[in-house]
Ligand binder design. Structure first.
Ligand code: ADP
Ligand code: MG
Length: 554
């Protein structure tokens, strides 16, 4: 081992820069934050060579005075924090005074503002003098990591780096709808937000015209603003989730969990919502100085934020609409829908007509359903105000029973049928333990069990809705749900298993009176768009869809 040496400044700077500037997208992020902090209303981003060749950002913000331009590129030089106490309540996106210095350490940077111009490469000032008088600031970062080959090696493919850049710009465009963002990649405009303060139009710019009308806005809720997708729109990944604190995108597994929990029973497994959620909180109640790239934050009271977020999302989801039949749009090439970074509508629906905004979660198609009959193995057909309604009888009944079971758990009237002849069920010892641990909840559901030897239970009472013939399998699956899901959501999963085994089956023939009853119950059920597993209960074929199809619109 050699002795301890102080690192030469260019090495120390490159190491420090690595914490802030990891990839081209970090450059974009830091420059956008500076523009927003400067009050810009228009930010233009030009990217070449996937950000390795050049990233140019110009804004119309307050700008930097000519005499201070060089200082802006010095490490720990900032106009946003002056004293230690300022760190206790940071109101700006930047505060560390490191971003411009870090870029200058690992690239060639040229900047113009307030009539001055400066060019720095690998930390060395190459040119400095007068420059064009531009509004705001222009910064161009060229040959990123040319002097840090190790970093260059770790960059991913062009497509991946570009996707990361697009994600950054998208997040800020969604969170700052009053700012006009324009991103061009190799001369082609790929994102252009209008900057008219309308969240939905920002969403259209980012997510596309098909998704934006499907987003539900959070209005008038404390702490949280933004928009979330309704259940009939979802994605196969979490890429569409943007969480932020005071306009700063953050990463938070806890808050993503809080969000996704609200979709429990509304989305199928492995489907995820699209969301933009901004938590507007007193800066003193959140520490943003946790991580060099400022992506993580710490809340003084995380559980309060957690519940505020859930209240806001649940309130918005109350306006969800049922799934609607949408004939596949023939695309220009005649091929199927593109996948990849494009948002994918899951069984859902591009255009949203004015007429269909009336429907809500608890009204199956916006009015009373008139039963018409049963078709195929297990579909009910009904007429609603909005159009023809097709109902999956099993899924619908599952939802109704599931809600009822949970209402009993919350203290509603307990309804059970005692069995005259208790029924024995063989089960694994782990399931007996689950039955003992959850005796109270099961009793609330109407299910009462007695221990009957080391591998067997006796059913003494069943939920009123459950046919005794299905009790054995129902008990096994319910107990399995309880033992597999310790803690969170276990009783809900158990209720779903009981509901599934109590519901009419997909092949069952239903009397007209039973059909009528089921439709009426579905109409008054909460979260009735999906069954407890997140599958749709019904499909609306809107009148106007029929009008369009039969060309009756002229
Ligand atoms: P920080 O944002 O943490 O202060 P930066 O290195 O990103 O650190 O920027 C240093 C300083 O340069 C900022 O504090 C700000 O005063 C100034 N600055 C940078 N970019 C801009 C811009 N686009 N408009 C106005 N001022 C800017
Ligand atoms: Mg900054």
């Amino acid at each position: 081992m050699s002795g301890i040496l102080r690192l030469p400044p260019e090495v120390a700077d490159a190491i420090a820069a690595g914490e802030v500037i990891e990839r081209p997208a970090s450059v974009v992020k830091e420059l956008l934050e500076n523009s927003l902090d400067a009050g810009a209303r228009r930010v233009t981003i030009d990217v070449r060579g996937a950000g390795r060749t050049s990233i140019r950002v110009s804004d119309d913000g307050s700008g930097i005075e000519a005499s201070e331009l060089a200082l802006a590129f010095v490490r720990h030089a900032t106009s946003k924090v002056a004293a230690l106490s300022d760190l206790e309540a940071i109101g700006s996106l930047g505060f560390r005074g490191e971003a411009l210095a870090s870029m200058a350490a690992v690239a060639e940077v040229e900047s113009a503002s307030g009539g001055a111009r400066i060019r720095i490469r690998a930390g060395e000032v190459l040119e400095q003098g007068t420059g064009p008088v531009v509004p705001g600031v222009n910064v161009e970062v060229r040959d990123l990591f040319a002097n840090v080959p190790a970093r260059l090696k770790f960059l991913k493919s062009d497509a991946t780096e570009l996707a990361a850049i697009k994600d950054v710009v998208s997040a800020y465009a969604l969170l700052h709808p009053h700012v006009r963002f324009q991103l061009s990649i190799d001369g082609r405009i790929t994102l252009h937000s209008p900057g008219d303060a309308d969240r939905r139009r920002a969403s259209a710019a980012v997510h596309g015209a098909a998704v934006a009308p499907e987003m539900l806005e959070i209005i008038g809720m404390p702490l949280v603003s933004g928009m979330v997708s309704q259940p009939r729109l979802s994605r196969g990944s979490r890429d569409g989730i943007v969480l932020a604190v005071n306009g700063r995108p953050i990463m938070s597994r806890t808050l993503v969990y809080a969000l996704e929990e609200c979709y429990h029973g509304r989305l199928e497994r492995a489907r995820h919502p699209i969301a933009v959620l901004d938590i507007g909180i007193d800066p003193a109640l959140v520490d943003v100085n946790v991580h060099p790239s400022k992506r993580e934050v710490r809340f003084r009271d995380e559980s309060a934020v957690f519940s505020a977020l859930q209240r806001a999302v649940r309130a918005a989801l109350g306006a969800s609409e049922p799934y609607r039949y949408q004939p596949a749009e023939p695309t220009a090439s005649g091929s199927t829908m593109t996948s990849g970074p494009q948002p994918v509508l899951h069984d859902a629906a591009p255009r949203l007509s004015a007429a269909s905004t009336a429907g809500t979660e608890t009204a199956a198609g916006g009015g009373l359903l008139r039963p018409i009959g049963q078709v195929g193995p297990g579909y009910l057909v009904a007429e609603g105000a909005e159009g023809l309604v097709l109902v999956d009888q099993h899924a619908a009944h599952e939802r109704i029973l599931y809600n009822r079971l949970l209402a009993r758990l919350r203290g509603g009237p307990r309804l059970s049928q005692p069995l005259l002849m208790p029924q024995a069920v063989d089960v694994e010892p782990a399931l007996i333990a689950a039955a003992v641990d959850h005796r109270e909840a099961l009793a609330a559901f109407g299910l009462e069990l007695e221990e009957f030897g080391p591998r067997s239970l006796r059913i003494t009472s069943l939920p009123v809705e459950m046919p005794a013939s299905r009790a054995t399998q129902a008990v096994q699956e319910t107990l399995a749900a309880l033992s597999e899901n310790r803690g969170d959501g276990a009783t809900e999963k158990a209720a779903a298993a009981l509901a599934c085994h109590s519901a009419v089956r997909f092949g069952d023939v239903l009397e007209v009176a039973e059909q009528r009853r089921l439709l009426a119950d579905l109409e008054s059920a909460e979260e009735s768009i999906t069954c407890p597993h997140g599958r749709p209960t019904r499909l609306v074929v809107e009148w106007q869809e029929l009008t369009r199809h039969f060309r009756r619109n002229y």
